[in-house]
Ligand binder design. Sequence first.
Ligand SMILES: *Cc1c(COP(=O)(O)O)cnc(C)c1O
Length: 387
Amino acid sequence: MEEPLVGRMREFGTTVFATMTKLAVDTGSINLGQGFPDTDGPARMLERAVEAIKGGLNQYPPGPGVPELRQAVSDHRKDWYGLSYDPGTEVLVTVGATEAIAAAVLAVCEAGDEVIVFEPFYDSYGAAVALAGAVRRPVTLRVDAGRFTFDPAELAAAVGPRTRAVLVNSPHNPTGTVFTRAELEEIAAVCREHDLIAITDEVYEHLTFDDVEHVPLATLPGMRERTIMISSAGKSFSVTGWKTGWICAPPSLTRAVQTVKQFLTFTSSAPWQLAVAFALREEMEWVAAQRAALQAKRDRLMAGLRTAGFEVLRPAGTYFVQTDIRPLGFDDGLEFAMRLPELAGVVAIPTQVFYDRRERGRHFVRFAFCKKDEVIDEAVTRLQRLG
Ligand SMILES: *Cc1c(COP(=O)(O)O)cnc(C)c1O
């Protein structure tokens, strides 16, 4: 049979995570590639999910999500960011942030429309834009004073007559950058000037370090009305397998996204929704402790990578640290990552796979630190062999 996959999806073969996780299993390596925690979320939240199942919450919940979760999301936005969203018309529960991103792009983009993305970008963005028949316009994040940032002139130059939306991820995976208020102002100005929709992926909203503040783009002047704000329980509560996310947006945008969502999945799994509603109300202290623990893990891995000979960039948020491999005598991160299991028994992700212009990320490699201390320590010990 000739290739059955439609042309617009062919560049998205197997994700790098599947390849690298298989490599880790096949070689018995420590997997600092894929970003999932190796410990559980808050125990009372897990118990709530069990209770929900045993209590019979096992049939289709309402399309927009169970009322308890929509109310909890609305209250959480208000408490944390001072943003008011009506739980009846401005909150939609989705199957993780991934579905929210895809449904948002599919809802607002006509074929041929352009979407601005900051590269390196989370791999689902490219696929979501392609599914919509839209075109991505990358703006490159470059290292300046030890962190990844963008040139506002490059952002302005990326806008054209077909630009429909900007996809903004802060705290940013895979670079660990948390956009400053000044950077967000630049993005907001472009959105307002060209009447663009902002789709914001804020799954790491609570995982920032060194007291760096996460500022939602929707809090900036003129932005709430044009922003689809996306979040998820997966990263905040260490339940990446629950796939429970949500959008907050004005009624017309929420309705548009729900129109698509109802034919992708109709509705999102019921039991997790009650548990996440509980967690948003009762487990934010657990999240604060988790964030402190993650910051210590970040420091632990950064120190180890430095002694192993990497140049290390300090992330202000997320699960990830970026390294430059050139001090070790390598210059291609893909080749380096493929050889790392044999050289040191560790798996990492070549950052170049997140770029449209791969050469711009050629010498970066990403390591995840959302792992037990002993796992980080063993990886660090093994990586000393590189020196
Ligand atoms: C993990 C992640 C997601 C996916 O979130 P889910 O809720 O698991 O779908 C989306 N965006 C970024 C940047 C992520 O790191």
